[in-house]
Design a binder for this molecule. Structure first.
Ligand code: ATP
Ligand code: MG
Length: 396
């Protein structure tokens, strides 16, 4: 009998044709997150297993963040399909536990067995009652559920079930580029995209000296929080100062944000194509600010062909905040450092920008050269999930 971590991959089991691709990725992601621990990962017959030696608690706390996992149990494999032998082993396990009420749940993945799951549960239940005194069966609210899975070559037993993160393994749906600001919304948008199996890289626009090093460190810190779900994360930092100053000096102020965001989209699309990212992801939410009315969104979106995914498009702010708290980005997001949008915000931004005017105003600045320069000089930072970085530790 081996103590083992058992993983159920729920939604994945519906991906019949490319299940092996999904499972390989899931295994790879699990191994990556446990790379400093001595573990082995195997899978067969609808279950994945982590042979974890004695790091069980640490392994569980890490794999809770891995998408594609539906449920986790610490259990045992019994190397036998013989019912008498199985009964004995389960009895041994139960004798070490303190409880009065229990029930047995059986699952047969070995369809050759001629006994039904219900009969198997009844037989085992009766055997337990006979061999351990003073126990009672309670099917509604038992203290212990004895889960037994009868498989082709062995048998699984487990007593507890821990909820996993769900979703698809990160990377199975390709790559996306997340427009990551220091706000509350964009990290949540990134989280939701990763949950659908999209591996992300992030892009951040900074405008030194108008924006501070603390603002950049805050974004690095947010990227690190997201890296937990993404294996690690590549952060592209684009210097936006010259573009922003050119817009500020030359373009009517009510169009500042619209034109600025058109520039951000253009640069993001170029970097996405260079990095083989198939979509842009951002934290826009319909109606949240002037640049997120439907007219604004379409005037901004007009400059790129790449699909722009907005996971929060229809979310209320309070619901977004709930997720931000759950994934532990909220406290970092509300730190007070200004990002480039907040500094250049005009008093009366246009709510229904006119696309013709956008084109006209953009003629006033050499934006193609500025974009070329910004892309060419951008900084690439690789951020690891558990890396210690004094700069952003000091932030909190
Ligand atoms: P908040 O939570 O305050 O709304 P926000 O980051 O969502 O913060 P918005 O002005 O609503 O700020 O911006 C909409 C989206 O545009 C962001 O969610 C983000 O995806 C992208 N964005 C804004 N500013 C930047 C930036 N400096 N760098 C990268 N992406 C940005
Ligand atoms: Mg927002």
């Amino acid at each position: 009998m081996e103590k083992i971590i058992i993983i159920k991959y729920g939604e994945l089991s519906t991906k019949k044709d490319n299940i092996n691709f999904f499972l390989k990725k899931l295994k790879e992601n699990i191994l990556f997150s446990l790379k400093d621990l001595d573990v082995e990962v195997t899978y067969d017959l609808g279950r994945m297993f982590i042979h974890a030696m004695n790091h069980f608690d640490e392994v569980i706390s890490r794999i809770k963040n891995i998408f594609g996992i539906h449920e986790i149990s610490i259990g045992y494999t019994i190397d036998s399909t013989d019912f008498n032998c199985i009964k004995e082993e389960i009895l041994k396990l139960l004798k070490e536990k303190e409880f009065i009420t229990f029930k047995v749940e059986s699952k047969r993945s070995n369809k050759k067995l001629d006994t039904t799951s219900i009969e198997l549960s009844k037989n085992l239940g009766a055997y337990i009652l006979k061999n351990i005194r003073n126990l009672k069966v309670d099917v509604k609210n038992p203290e212990i559920v004895v889960n037994v899975e009868y498989r082709l070559h062995n048998t699984l037993v487990y007593f507890d079930k821990i909820k996993g993160s769900g979703g698809y393994p990160v990377g199975t749906l390709g790559k996306g580029l997340l427009m990551l600001s220091g706000g509350i919304d964009s990290p949540v948008a990134g989280y939701l995209a990763m949950k659908r199996g999209v591996k992300i890289e992030a892009i951040y626009f900074e405008s030194p000296p108008h924006t501070s090093i603390e603002a950049k460190n805050k974004v690095k810190r947010l990227a690190q929080k997201l890296a937990v779900y993404n294996n690690d994360i590549v952060l592209h930092v684009v210097n936006f100062t010259l573009i922003q100053e050119a817009i500020y000096k030359n373009i009517p102020h009510e169009y500042l944000i619209t034109i600025m965001r058109r520039m951000m989209y253009r640069i993001s699309a170029i970097l996405a194509s260079k990095r083989n990212a198939k979509i842009l992801i951002n934290g826009e939410s319909i109606g949240q600010v002037a640049s997120q009315t439907l007219t604004s969104m379409s005037a901004i979106n007009e400059v790129v062909n790449i699909p722009v995914i907005r996971p929060l498009a229809c979310f209320d702010k309070l619901d977004i905040i709930d997720i931000a708290k759950k994934i532990d980005t909220y406290e970092t997001s509300i730190l007070p450092f200004e990002d480039c949008c907040t500094i250049f915000v005009p008093k009366h931004p246009v709510i229904n920008p006119n696309i013709g005017k956008c084109h006209e105003y953009e003629e006033l600045i050499p934006f193609k050269d500025l974009i070329y320069e910004a892309v060419k000089t951008h900084e690439v930072i690789k951020i690891q999930a558990h890396e210690e970085d004094k700069a952003f530790k000091d932030l909190l």
